[in-house]
Design a protein around this ligand. Structure first.
Ligand code: SF4
Length: 422
């Protein structure tokens, strides 16, 4: 028997969204299909009308084919969706119907989140989310597996299941820390310190109130502890790990433009490109990321650019970063079913690395226009890029990311690569 899970709206105040029809989500955006989507698209018999099969299999999953410019094969010249135009909204793939909303089910409810890959979300344009909850719920409640099938509560650490109230408490303390008034580099450093401290703690017998007490002590100590533990600049190997993380979070193999390479060839190609990123330094050019990103920036240019603290847009950048971090955490997107089923501690660690990659990418984007520091639009481009893959790209939930995080857990690696980006 199926159980219906209540959908919890995103609680982040001040987050706005209305669709402004920019069409960006249909361009340069890989759409993964569920089995029911693929069946529906096949039933619509597009092959003869499009002259090509709109579905491409890649690494055991099915995707919508893209044209060589990255746009969806169904995108019409006037910006409309051809599936929507001919068969109606509910005939589109679920990912298209839901975007930019996302759902993270747990044991008794499903948490709604929102993707910052959407330009309106990132610019905070439109109606306040909490004024349009019922509209959003209508979209996400149509019998989706995320609203009818409970999932286990996220674990605290690997092999250590969470007890009631522990995750809420941890989430609350993280958000309070993120929103405090202090330089962004300080707040990011604090998050990295918490993630590192929790990942080395023995939590098997620290449960319930004792776990909350530990989290409280760690956060209460941050203000005093961080200045006592200044960090050295990252080593070359730690920088290589960060650059590998940037690659993994921006990777888009575009299997659908020319047809899908086999699983072995695509994995080989991904490993080769990953190596280019990890080895990149000095006057070597940063490999191209995609539309809107310069391909003539050197690794040196990125590493020598100051972070957002030096930008005239610094207060606006701070607002955006804080809003994105908060929405990610409250939207259930950094651990549990919203993040590859990862535990809270592993998910938090990966999230800090994602924050670091946002800082690095904002500098890359700024360097592409020879700006002296990242502006708000550079940061928007960076967050938009990161949020495309977060929780979706299969390799981010795999062994290579685990190894990267394990390496950065040593020698203050996460702190050394993270705070310097801001
Ligand atoms: S199927 Fe339609 S809504 Fe989905 S990406 Fe393609 S054009 Fe856009």
């Amino acid at each position: 028997m199926k159980i219906s899970l209540p959908v919890l709206p995103l609680a982040t105040p001040r987050q706005r969204y209305s669709c402004h029809g920019c069409g960006n989500c249909c361009r340069d955006f890989t759409v993964q299909l569920r089995a029911a989507d693929a069946r529906r698209i096949r039933d619509q018999a597009w092959d003869s009308r499009l002259g090509v099969n709109p579905i491409v299999a890649f690494r055991g999953r099915e995707y919508l084919r893209q044209r060589t410019d990255g746009s969806c094969v169904f995108l019409l010249d006037d910006g409309r969706c051809r599936v929507h135009a001919e068969y109606g909204f509910e005939s589109k793939p679920i990912a298209c119907q839901m975007f930019p909303y996302m759902l993270a089910p747990s044991e008794a409810s499903s948490q709604m989140g929102v993707s910052f890959a959407c330009q309106s979300v990132i610019e905070n344009k439109g109606k306040a989310l909490n004024e349009q909850v019922s509209d959003a719920l209508k979209i996400v409640m149509r019998g989706l597996p995320e609203t009818v099938q409970p999932r286990p509560r996220a674990a605290i650490g690997r092999g250590r299941l969470a007890e009631r109230g522990e995750l809420d408490y941890l989430r609350g303390r993280i958000i309070t820390w993120i929103l405090r008034e202090s330089p962004m580099s300080h707040r990011v450093d604090g998050l990295a310190w918490i993630a590192q401290s929790l990942s080395t703690a023995r939590l098997t017998n620290v449960r319930g109130e004792r776990f909350k007490e530990l989290v409280k002590i760690l956060f209460d100590a941050l203000g005093d502890e961080l200045p006592l533990h200044p960090i050295a600049p990252p080593s070359l190997r730690q920088v290589a790990m960060l650059q590998g993380a940037v690659f993994a979070r921006t990777e888009d193999p575009k299997p659908v433009a020319q047809g899908a390479p086999g699983r072995f060839m695509s994995t080989l190609s991904q490993l080769r490109r990953s190596r280019l990123w990890r080895k990149g330094r000095g006057a070597t050019l940063v490999p191209a990321i995609g539309l809107g990103w310069s391909s003539s920036v050197t690794f040196d240019a990125v590493s020598t650019l100051p972070g957002i603290h030096a930008s005239p847009d610094s207060p606006l950048c701070d607002e955006l970063l804080s809003r994105w971090m908060r929405a990610s955490i409250e939207g259930g997107r950094i651990w549990g079913s919203g993040y590859y089923g990862w535990s809270a501690i592993d998910g938090l660690t990966a999230f800090v690395l994602s924050i670091a990659t946002v800082g690095w990418l904002s500098k890359l984007h700024a360097a592409g226009s020879s700006a002296p520091s990242p502006s708000l639009s550079d940061l928007q481009a960076a967050i938009g890029r990161i949020d495309r893959t977060s929780g979706r790209a299969i390799w981010l939930g795999g062994w290579s990311e685990r190894m990267r995080l394990a390496y950065l857990a040593r020698d203050d690696g996460l702190r050394r690569v993270a705070s310097v980006q801001f």
